[in-house]
Each structure stands twice: as C-alpha cells, then as structure tokens.
Design a protein around this ligand. Sequence first.
Ligand code: NAP
Length: 507
Amino acid sequence: MRPGDAGSRESLPRHVHTLIVGAGFGGIGMAATLLRDDPGADVLVVERGDDVGGTWRENTYPGAACDVPSALYSFSFAPESEWTRAHGTRAEIYAYLQRVAREQRVTERTMFGCQLRDAQWDGERARWVVSTSRGDLTADVLVAATGALSTPALPKVAGLEVFSGTMFHSAEWDHNHNLTGARVAVIGTGASAIQFVPEIVGKVDHLTLFQRTASWVMPKRDHGIASPVRSLYRRFPFVQKAVRGAVYGQKEMYVVGMTKPLARKYALPLFEKRARSFLRKQVPDPELRNRLTPDFAITCKRILLSNEWFPAITRSNVEVVSSALTSVTENGVVDADGNEYPVDTIIFGTGFTPSEPPVAQHVRGEHGRTLAEVWNGSPSAHLGISVNGFPNLFLMYGPNTNLGHSSIVYMLESQAAYIAAALRVMRTRRLDAVEVRADAQRRFAEELDPMLAGTVWNTGGCSSWYLDRTGRNSVMWPTFTWHYRTRTKEFDAENYDLRAANTGARG
Ligand code: NAP
C-alpha cells in the first residue's frame, strides 16, 4: 500500500481554516509546521496527484536525481540518515517525502485527486470561496504551494499536431513507449535533458539532439554514502547536522560570485576555466567542442552537473544539431535552417513556465482580478509570499525566491515559518484578514531590482527562465539565503492592513 493511500481525506469539509494547495516539498513543509505548532490545527491539503511528492512524484524520467547535495535537500526538522548517495536520486527523495508526510501527519490531512479550479476572495465574510474538482469549500487562509516547475512547457512550433510518432515531455515520461531501436529527437539541453539522455542513449538507434544554446557543464561530485557513515548519522544526529552546516556554508559562498560585480570578475572566470578543461577532457573533437562551448557567463543559466553528459552525446549514434526546433512534420523535426530529421519519437526537455504559474489564473483577489491579470507576466510579491489585493493568501516558492546556489528547501522552510507566524498573529490579535500594503510590496521590489540589476543572471549575456516576458528578473533571490531567513523570521504586521474579526475595522 502506498503511504498516500493510508488514511488520507476522503471528503471535503465545508469550511477549513487553512487550505494548502499542493503536497510537494512546499505543502508538506507548510502543513507539518502548522501541525507541529498545534497538532489540532484545522489544516487541509488538496493535491491534484494521487500521492504526495510534487515534482519528485511527477518527474519519473530515467536518471532523475537532484543536483543539490542530499545533506541540504531535506527539512531541518526531518533529517534523513539513510541517503545512499551524496546527491539523492528521485526514488530516494520521493520516498523521503512520503515518509515525512506520513510521520508529520500531513498525509491524513490531504485530499488526493483534488485539483483547485477557482478561489475567490469574499471580503464580506473574510474568507476564500474555493472550487475544486471534488467539490466546493471555504477557507480563512489559502496557501498556494503549487511549485514553480510543475507545468511543462512545449515549444510553440508548427506541426506538433501532425506528428505521426510518439512525443512527450520529460515531466510526463511515457514509460509504455519502448525506446529500444527508436529514432529519437531530444529537444533541449537543460537540467532535465542532461539527466535522461545518458540513460536512453544506449538503447535508441539514433538520437538527434537539438541544442539551441550550449550550457556550462561541470563535473558532478556524486558518490555513495557508506553504511558506517549512515549508521554514524543515525546514532549521532549532530554529526549529520554539522555536515549539513558545512555544506550550507560552502554553497552560500557561491552566491557572491553570481551577484557581486567584483567577486564575479575574479570568481566566474575560474569556474569557466574549470568547465572548459572538463569539456576538453571529455570531448576530443574540436569542431563539436566549439559548438558545445557557451557564449555567455557561467551561472547566468543554471550550471549543469554531469559526468555522463558529454560521453553520451559524443557517441556515434548521436547527432548534435546546434539549432532551435522550428517545426514538426508528420515524420520528423525541422531545424532553423529548414533541415528535416526523420524521427519516430520526440522527447521535449523544454522546461516549465515558472513566471506564469497556472495557479495564478485561478486565484481571484478582492477586486475580482486573478493574480495572473494583476501580475501581467511579471510576478511580484512582498517577500515572495504576499500580494496586495489578495488578503489571507500566502505563496510558497513565489516570485524572487528561487536560488542558483543552494537548496530551495531552506527557502520553503523560511516561508512556512513566516506564514505560521502570520497565522499566530491573526489568532492572538483576533484578526480575520491580513493584506500586505501596496507600498510595502513596492518597497520590496524596489529593494530587489537594483540588487538583481548587477547579477550574472541579468547581465551575463544569456536568456533564461529567470527573466520574465517584460525582461524583469522575477525569479531569483539575489543574496544569501540567511538574509531571507532573517527577513521571514517574524511576521512584519506593520507592512500589512489588519482587519479585526467581527468588526470589519482596518488598522
Ligand atoms: P530548462 O532548464 O528550462 O531547459 C529547457 C531547454 O529546452 C533549454 O535547453 C532550452 O533552450 C530548450 N528549448 C526550449 N525551446 C526550444 C526549441 N524550440 N528548440 C530547441 N530547444 C529548445 O528546463 P529543464 O531542463 O526541465 O529544467 C528546468 C529547471 O528544473 C532547472 O533549471 C532546475 O531548476 C530544475 N531541475 C532541477 C533538477 C535538479 O537536479 N535539481 C533536475 C532537473 C530540473 P535555451 O537554453 O536556448 O532556452
């Protein structure tokens, strides 16, 4: 029996105090934090999938693993002594999340197969009126923990509907499709493609790889964690805690090179030198090496970590096409020069839509406008969490909280602590609504924008999903994660309009 089956919610209540949408790292962390504060907390999680795990449930592609060390990629309140590798595999991380959700009693508060359809703020009654695929309910507080990388993006090219073969996105891997002997086109060379291509290249007859932009690739320092080390962690948790602290400290240093111009000037060329020498060692052919060499500053896009990528794509059955996919025909794929490549399978490693999260289209604030309409392609939120016009709504992994250097779990824990603190303030001051003030939200954006302006993400000469369609960086957190932790430690009620329960009075 899967943990998701064990005692999960079977019916929706008519009303709940805190409704959390999504049971991935964010939603589990949020619910666990509230339940640790108050085991009787009135919390419901709705999850569209059939189990907890979020991206680690969804992404089943071969080779799925984490490029952040396991030492950091876990909740501080739920250490895992049994990681078998320095970088967790998808299977281990998924099992970890199932365990934590079960032990922290989140699974039993979760309704699976329940998709948010619409949430509308009702100012009169100070609550969210929510419609889901399994019925309607109201909630005092809504937490959107729907993840930034959950909705697959397909390239907008002509002909997708006429292709006669099989095609799928890396996040929706078709395990029924036999790749043995297939002629496959892989579109994209991002963090997902570099994990699944080495796994399938030995099976397929021929692989045509569309590389629109060459990526910086560095060796992945992965290794097994020996059983005596695991037993040491089990018996003396403080040892694992110390290792976690050391890895955290080391990772934090990287952000300096990405964000501070002087450090960037000296540090990034060293990284580039290391990456070029790795490329030289792994790719003997100078012409191909030239095509695999990026033309932008390292870390402008996420650095890819892999020891198997270059050996995989230099195999004799692989053709690297240095071009975008521009169209699809009945029997093949076409590059920007009009060359057609016959294939029977297309795998899209083309990423997600983090700056246009689908949940934003379904959440309507006080004025009846959706988050997507208010954001208009350029998301912004106070601390990445609260949006003016959307009382009692809290976002997890919201705008400007992504990282290029450390673990997102650290950010999610900071957000969960902040939201829990907000709910405590609401309880103790008997408030029925809190809404971030427009000036506070604006000040936060005005603080971040100049910090982002000098970073490698904005000026490193690449185009990436960190920049939204207006050209603003609405994705990255531009400094140390401990700054974020400090900012989110307490609920800053002075930046919010507070509405007292029963009176409707604002203060
Ligand atoms: P991604 O990084 O957004 O990469 C998408 C790829 O598709 C890029 O190479 C892009 O090219 C290419 N592409 C898009 N349209 C194309 C077209 N028409 N023709 C040719 N190429 C096209 O997506 P991803 O690899 O799925 O990774 C997304 C994020 O997921 C990562 O940044 C990371 O945060 C996360 N992730 C994490 C891990 C982990 O280990 N923690 C693993 C996988 C993913 P351009 O570069 O030219 O845009």
